[in-house]
Design a protein around this ligand. Structure first.
Ligand SMILES: [Zn+2]
Length: 336
């Protein structure tokens, strides 16, 4: 039994080198001793009642958030830096949700404000959470305590865990929020109308924005992750995620007359179009524009060219989640 686990480690090493030679990643590094540890069982695992049976270890009590029915392909057991154990179970299933149809919604990801969704009829807003800010004090206190501990002492080791716990709390709070939000967006969008359910989002530059003053908000909001979650959740249910290019001026276009208002900056939450005098809520207007752009992409079904392109912007239709967000958004929020 144990030899298959060792073989698995070799396989992992092999894929690490393959990825390195294909220029996908850097040179393989040794596993860190103090961070997340994991072990993968490629065979002979089973579920027995409320426990997981693993080779060599035997029966381990576990909590299952979902029922697992189907052949187990592999089990990866990992331990976090805060000494929690998790098992990721890969299994075969035919139990996928059938393709549903739904509506098209545009989503504006507000950095300092909210996530605004326009489904063609109504606008809904979701307030963001700010776990990094919320736990900043606690983190600072524990880090300061850590710096006072003697190097190599047991108390220091204990304090390291205490610091890791805050980081874990922040990450978990964010993940929980993003999973719930993406689930909500996907569920609310899946209704019978218009054919496939489609969500349209802006392709934001998460890394670029994270270098600006708004770093905490950007990372706290976890937009890269949100887009990723939306992508795979939609795909699973037969929907589609469309990313509108970051240069699409979603905020500055008036949704009524399509004139561009260049005088907007991030601090303006509401504005009146100088051309047609329509009063706009900044986020709602943006969500409407994003949706419209998505509809345009869908109806022409071309990858790339739309009317907007004439003035230097372009639009891309991308497959669900296998996308990196790594360029700077035009509407740089440094002025905020
Ligand atoms: Zn207007």
């Amino acid at each position: 039994m144990a030899n298959t686990i060792l073989q698995q480690s070799l396989k992992n090493l092999e894929s690490a080198f393959k990825n390195f030679f294909a220029h996908r990643t850097g040179f393989p590094k040794f596993k860190s001793k103090h961070k997340k540890q994991s072990i993968r069982y490629p065979e002979s695992c089973s579920i027995q009642g409320k426990s997981l049976k693993l080779p060599k270890l035997g029966i381990v009590k576990a909590k299952f958030p979902k029922t697992i029915s189907g052949k187990i392909k592999s089990v990866t057991v990992s331990k976090t830096s805060t000494d929690k154990y998790f098992a990721a179970i890969l299994f075969e299933t035919n139990n996928l949700i059938p393709h549903k149809t739904g509506k098209i919604s545009g989503i504006d990801l507000g950095l300092t404000s909210r996530v605004t969704v326009f489904d063609g009829e109504t606008c809904t807003k979701v307030d963001p959470i700010k776990p990094t800010r919320k736990y900043a004090k606690r983190l600072k206190r524990r880090q300061q305590a850590l710096s006072r501990k003697t190097k190599g002492s047991n108390n220091r080791k204990k304090q390291v865990k205490r610091v890791a716990k805050v980081h874990e709390k922040i990450a978990n709070t964010r993940l929980d929020f993003l999973h719930k939000l993406s689930r909500k967006l996907v569920d609310e969008n899946v209704q019978t109308r218009h054919g496939a359910s489609v969500l349209v989002v802006e392709n934001l530059c998460v890394k670029g924005l994270a270098r600006t003053k708004l770093a905490k908000s950007v990372l706290d909001a976890g937009f890269g992750m949100l887009i990723n979650f939306l992508g795979y959740k939609l795909e699973r249910e037969g929907g589609k995620l469309i990313e509108v290019d970051r240069f699409f001026p979603s905020t500055k276009l008036c949704n009524c007359c399509k004139s561009k208002n260049n005088s907007l900056n991030l601090s303006i939450r509401e504005w009146v179009c100088p051309n047609c005098q329509t009063h706009h809520d900044r986020d709602e207007n943006a969500a409407k524009n994003i949706r419209e752009e998505g509809v345009k992409i869908l109806s022409t079904n071309t990858v790339g060219h739309t009317e907007i392109q004439a003035c230097g912007e372009d639009v891309r239709l991308v497959g669900a989640c296998a996308k990196k967000h790594s360029s700077v958004k035009q509407e740089s929020p440094v002025t905020a």
